[in-house]
Write a new protein. Sequence first.
Length: 132
Amino acid sequence: YVNQKALNGALHGDKVKFMLFLEGKDNEFVGKGFDIEGVGVQSDVASIKGFYNDGLISFIKQYPLANEIEQDGTLIPVENKPSPEIHYEGEYNEIQKMFLGKWEIKMYEEKFGDDYIEYLCTGTWEMRKEAE
């Protein structure tokens, strides 16, 4: 995936290579995700849950613990705080033989009058099946 909108400019434009191991039934799937290389790589295994239907894919990735991101991309685990969910949506590109999409993570929110302001990190992602 590629970080496109990140807090304080940290990680902006950086790429992270990841691998998913999925099992599915009836268009739904679950599994585990591993970051492999790049700036801001998580060392923990993430849980994955989602669905696939008519070329569209949607899944949520969640790590066991939250992390704070330093300006240089260093991750600092925050004990006793679950990681926010990372939402992935995309579609299958028949020509490129891969999924392409966007991801979003709500980092935190602040109360502003009667409303709330959400602070998001967003980016793009691509995924293809590895040879078995």
